[in-house]
Design a protein around this ligand. Structure first.
Ligand SMILES: NC(=O)c1ccc[n+]([C@@H]2O[C@H](COP(=O)([O-])OP(=O)(O)OC[C@H]3O[C@@H](n4cnc5c(N)ncnc54)[C@H](O)[C@@H]3O)[C@@H](O)[C@H]2O)c1
Length: 343
């Protein structure tokens, strides 16, 4: 532990407060209980600044100026919202997507190169550097090359959001071997590939943020989606283990757990039927989206049938920000309150 030096500590607080000038005119805060802190005449040890989120500064939970983020699965849906919201708050963003079919085990229509271009356009509309890369998260060698190239071009990788995933609906007894294998390979192994390809860049710099997308289906069972469910539980184990290993390098690892969100992944009759069945009633064979909303919304504390992608992305901004310096190994649920029913 470093020697206690309140003078040095106050200088650091003053320096951090001076940085506020770039953010706005609000009064700079000192640490709320700054000053000499002692117990029985002994000074209280304090962490170095990079091992603390303090002191209080306006917008420390959102300002990402000067940071470089990589987001996988960013052509559309939640990945696009996260990529654009990181840019809206100051980050340069590399948006990565396969932009095509992933596996017959996926029930969603493939994303397209045009959608990825559209994401990049939205990033650039915020005045940030934006770049789209077509790549497959199952190919760890390709991801390592991309990590090298990004580090070369941008000088660093601050934030990685491992978001890409697929889902298909089949009962366990009817699943082909490939249905099981492809979803695990894509969602769980692909997320681990992303972590393993980019983490070494962060280790070398002694800082970084890894944000993994799990799901409420990674917290409870889901009928007819055991492969997806298992992949999303696995991501939580990966996240917690990586947090334990990478803390010594000042790298945080956290998971976002969305509830039901309207994206191409879920705009699917089977997902609507399953989500209606979660209310405890037997759904009709071919429900309309309005029927699904009307069944679900009264059961969700905030009274929505489902959320929107840009309801999820603000949590990614917080986890990427300096305000989250001391948050790691954590799960952030964004469900409209749906998760309040779960233990
Ligand atoms: N939509 C929801 O209700 C919901 C709920 C909980 C969790 N999630 C999670 O959020 C994340 C985003 O989901 P979404 O709903 O936006 O889905 P989406 O299908 O709209 O987007 C997923 C993107 O990932 C890309 N992708 C898939 N496999 C890839 C691969 N091998 N390599 C590169 N890119 C690949 C797809 O091309 C697509 O653009 C996923 O991890 C998903 O499991 C979604």
């Amino acid at each position: 532990m470093q020697d206690y030096d309140p003078h040095r500590r106050n200088l650091l607080i003053a320096a951090a407060a001076a940085g506020v000038a770039a953010v706005g005119p609000a009064a700079a805060q000192t640490r709320t209980d700054a000053g000499v802190k002692v117990l029985d005449g002994q000074p209280m040890p304090e962490p170095p600044p990079d091992k603390s989120a303090g002191p209080v500064r306006p917008a420390r939970g959102s300002v990402l100026n000067g940071k470089l983020a990589v987001v996988t699965g960013a052509a559309r849906g939640i990945g696009r919202a996260i990529a654009v919201e990181l840019a809206a708050n100051g980050a340069d963003v590399v948006a990565l997507d396969i932009c095509g079919p992933v596996s017959p085990a996926s029930d969603a229509a493939p994303a397209t190169p045009e959608e990825l271009n559209d994401t990049v356009g939205q990033i650039r509309n915020y005045g940030r550097r934006g770049e789209g890369i077509k790549a497959d998260i199952r190919d760890v060698a390709a991801l390592r090359e991309i990590a090298d190239r990004i580090e070369h071009d941008y000088g660093k990788v601050d934030i990685v959001v491992a978001n890409a995933a697929i889902q298909g609906w089949r009962p366990l007894l009817e699943m082909k071997d490939s249905d099981w294998r492809d979803v695990i390979e894509n969602n769980l192994n692909g997320t681990a590939n992303t972590v393993r390809a980019f983490a070494p860049k962060m280790v070398a710099r002694g800082k970084g943020r890894l944000i993994l997308l799990s799901s409420m289906q990674g917290k409870h069972g889901t009928k007819d989606a055991a492969n997806y469910c298992a992949s999303k539980w696995g991501i939580l184990g990966l996240m917690k283990s990586a947090a334990m290993e990478f803390g010594q390098y000042n790298i945080t690892v956290n998971a976002i757990i969305p509830g039901l969100v309207d994206t191409p992944l879920t705009r699917h009759e089977k997902r609507l039927t399953e989500s209606m069945a979660e209310t405890g009633r037997k759904p009709p064979a071919a429900p309309t989206p309005q029927e699904a909303w009307d069944w679900r919304a009264p059961t969700v504390p905030l009274k929505v049938g489902w959320l929107q992608p840009d309801d999820i992305s603000p949590v990614a901004v917080f986890l990427a920000s300096d305000a989250a310096n001391m948050v790691t190994g954590a799960e952030y649920e964004v469900t409209g309150g749906d998760s309040a029913k779960d233990v």
